[in-house]
Write a protein that binds this ligand. Structure first.
Ligand SMILES: [Zn+2]
Length: 95
């Protein structure tokens, strides 16, 4: 018995020849950091020569958010989970 719609290995290989993943293109920002093309720089907040993202305000907001989350965790009594969250937030803010 023959499977009528069966795709042979050659056809499968030809289809999959276009499935390879390509690494995203990174360019060097004017501040020296690597950033994605057509995206605002995550380290200085500049896009096309002007500041579009307030990096300082964003850092402050993230810190306030982490603090609030930590407080909520402490109040709910999840102290073991609190340590992990605090550690990850510290790592995020330093990078
Ligand atoms: Zn930059």
């Amino acid at each position: 018995m023959v499977v009528r719609m069966r795709v042979n290995r050659s056809k499968t290989g030809k289809r999959r020849s276009h499935h390879a993943l390509v690494a995203g293109r990174l360019i060097t920002c004017e501040c020296g950091a690597k950033r994605q093309n057509h995206r605002a720089c995550p380290s200085c907040g500049k896009y096309n020569g002007r500041v579009t993202v307030d990096v300082v305000a964003r850092a402050q907001r993230d810190a306030a958010r982490a603090k609030r989350r930590e407080k909520a965790m402490r109040e709910s009594g999840q102290v073991s989970a609190l340590d992990k969250v605090a550690d990850t937030d510290k790592e995020k803010s330093t990078t």
